[in-house]
Design a protein around this ligand. Structure first.
Ligand SMILES: [Zn+2]
Length: 126
């Protein structure tokens, strides 16, 4: 068996390798394969970011409907709100009590009791 007789994984051509560790028939095939790999990784990244962004943006839109209001969390849940998707987290003090505050972009909410949240919007810093 000729170890130098190989099949290019990119163009599927049978070729005679110059070195045993040669994989692709040509530089062109090697480059093409690598470009595709980079493109796929980029595409994967875009997909993950877009999915997460859609959920976050939907959350923000739901919060925005009730902005500055107190609202039962169930009411938001019914609209598809997912409190696990937030952009940051902070500690705030409300009436002398420390509260965990969840931010979704420029909106935020914190629990005032087990079922109710207070919703707010951050003022622009500019
Ligand atoms: Zn090839």
């Amino acid at each position: 068996m000729n170890e130098y007789a190989k099949k290019c994984p990119e163009c599927r051509t049978d070729y005679e390798a110059k070195r045993l560790n040669q994989v692709y028939c040509s530089q062109k095939c090697k480059t093409r394969f690598n470009n595709r790999k980079v493109r796929m990784a980029h595409h994967e990244k875009e997909k993950v970011i877009a999915n997460t962004h859609d959920i976050l943006w939907k959350n923000r839109e739901i919060l925005h409907r009730f902005v500055t209001q107190k609202c039962p969390i169930n009411q938001l849940n019914e609209l598809g709100f997912d409190k696990n998707f937030i952009t940051r987290f902070s500690k705030i003090e409300v009436d002398g009590k420390k509260k965990n505050c969840s931010h979704i972009y420029d909106h935020y909410f914190y629990f005032i009791d087990n079922n109710t949240i207070q919703i707010g919007i951050e003022r622009s810093r500019t």
